[in-house]
Design a protein around this ligand. Structure first.
Ligand SMILES: [Zn+2]
Length: 226
């Protein structure tokens, strides 16, 4: 039996969260690191699936413990249903949304930085705004446990400061919102002319279209010219 997991970019995560209508009441956000797998072990969906397998087969849980796993490449992978409490902090899971940041962030091990830091900070900001939470509602695992999680290299003050100081739109460097003005003008033209329609392309404006989408654009131009 295998289970599929879905990756979100920051922009897709924001769209997904904002469209949610949860029955469960959300009152805090849990921050964890995986410790193992390390950042250097990350192999896309296979890594998420191996955590799921460990949680369900070895530990006997109903599903993977976390709601989201944040990867070194900045993708946010889905996990346990958001209508279920996570399996993150013994005795303190009610009302929580749980993140596992993939890596070992104990001092002297790996560093939370770059796209991965952007992604966790943006995700936390999106949830705070959706569920009317404050930085006081951000919970580090070690606040309720003898563990170092999410790593002795991450201080709460530093993390809260990162959450406070950055705007969501600034965090996805390849998003339309963050693109130079001249790029946005060109992209606007494509949409205005109806040459492309799906808003998803705006998540990565520095990447090319796949062949089929390019063919569609060419066909639309060809049809217009006829
Ligand atoms: Zn933890």
């Amino acid at each position: 039996m295998a289970r599929d997991f879905k990756p979100y970019t920051i922009t897709q995560f924001q769209t997904f969260i904002n469209s949610l209508k949860l029955k469960r009441k959300i009152n805090h956000i849990q921050i964890h690191h995986t410790w193992e797998p390390r950042k250097s072990d990350y192999k896309g969906e296979a890594t998420i699936r191996s955590m799921w397998r460990y949680h369900t087969e070895t530990r006997g849980w109903q599903d993977i413990g976390q709601h989201f796993s944040v990867a070194p490449d900045g993708l946010i992978w889905d996990g346990r249903s958001l209508e279920e409490n996570p399996a993150g902090i013994a005795g303190h899971n009610s009302g929580g949304i749980m993140f596992e940041i993939i890596g070992n962030f104990d001092r002297g091990e790996e560093t939370l930085e770059g796209k991965q830091l952007d992604a966790i900070v943006a995700a936390v900001r999106v949830l705070m705004s959706k569920f009317k939470l404050s930085t006081n509602d951000i919970v580090f695992h070690r606040e309720y446990s003898a563990k170092s999680c999410p790593g002795t290299g991450i201080s709460r003050d530093w993390f809260i400061n990162e959450v406070n100081k950055r705007k969501i739109a600034e965090l996805n460097q390849n998003s339309y919102e963050n693109a130079d003005g001249w790029k946005r003008i060109a992209i606007d033209w494509l949409y205005e002319e109806g040459l492309i329609s799906s808003g998803d392309w705006k998540d990565n404006v520095n990447k090319g279209l796949p062949l089929w989408a390019e063919a569609l654009v060419l066909k639309r131009i060809y049809d217009k010219a006829k």
